[in-house]
Design a protein around this ligand. Structure first.
Ligand code: OAD
Length: 229
């Protein structure tokens, strides 16, 4: 069995990182047009840098939970498993998954808006910091904003073609293209499973669903796959 896993903010919720659309989610406190679009960044780069600096600090203080560790165990036992995440945090890596496909980029990487050079993000990023490659004062977080093309799509669609099982964990199914992966998997006759706190916006498209906190349901499912239960 070759498994493709898609994760969203729900897998990191119990690590203390907020989700986006739940009650108390980040998009109930911040205007996504101001902090997560290229236009917002052009209007007020300092506001956007402050938002991501705060998220970077939050993430540094957070630890992977049982769901991240369970996926680490799964990948160690089944190295052909592909983990795709919409999350910009590094909790999968710290949970033992070394090759994570970050389709929405990474909080801990910086990107030069002038020459596309990438490097490790400093703790506090500022737009006036010069790019180490070209010197332009055009530093931005290496995250994908609304209106920008998610990363690694070809690799993801290839993996969805070869998979026998597609599992979505902790994602609301409200942001495309990730919300379309279940449809793509089904078109490829891949079995589909949703693991979430509650049925997502696209929950009806999955062959099966299991609902509860990720820290409980993900380790149980991994144990089943690995034949421990
Ligand atoms: P959302 O905030 O949209 O959805 C989080 C999902 O996690 C919801 O379906 C919750 O029910 C579920 N959830 C919450 N707590 C959970 C828990 N303890 N265990 C399991 N599930 C839980 O987050 P995403 O789907 O990740 O993009 O959002 C997708 C994209 O929208 C993000 O990558 C981000 C955002 O805007 C960009 O910023 C480009």
């Amino acid at each position: 069995m070759s498994i493709v896993i898609l994760t969203g903010a729900g897998i990191s919720a119990e690590s203390g990182l907020g989700t986006f659309r739940d009650e108390d989610g980040l998009w109930t406190k911040y205007d996504l047009n101001e902090v997560a679009t290229p236009e917002g960044f052009a209007r007020n780069p300092a506001l956007v840098q402050d938002f991501y600096n705060a998220r970077r600090a939050n993430c540094r203080g957070a630890s992977p939970n049982a769901a991240h560790h369970a996926l680490g165990r799964l990948v160690a036992a089944r190295p052909d498993t592909v983990v795709v995440t919409q999350n910009v945090d590094d909790l999968h890596e710290r949970g033992g998954v070394t090759d994570v496909i970050h389709m929405h980029g990474e909080l801990f990487r910086a990107l030069c808006a002038a020459c596309d050079h990438r490097w490790d993000a400093p703790e506090e990023m500022s737009v006036s910091a010069p790019c180490p490659a070209c010197g332009a004062p055009a530093t931005r977080p290496d995250v994908v904003w609304f209106g920008e093309m998610p990363y690694h799509m070809e690799r993801i669609f290839d993996a969805l073609e070869r998979a026998t099982l597609f599992v979505a964990i902790g994602t609301s199914g409200s942001v495309y293209p990730a919300a379309g992966f279940v449809g793509e998997a089904r078109a490829n006759r891949v079995e589909t499973l949703e693991l979430n706190l509650e049925p997502s916006d696209v929950g009806g498209q999955f062959d099966a669903g299991r609902y509860g906190p990720a820290s409980e349901i993900v380790p149980l499912w991994v144990d089943e796959v690995l034949g421990a239960r």
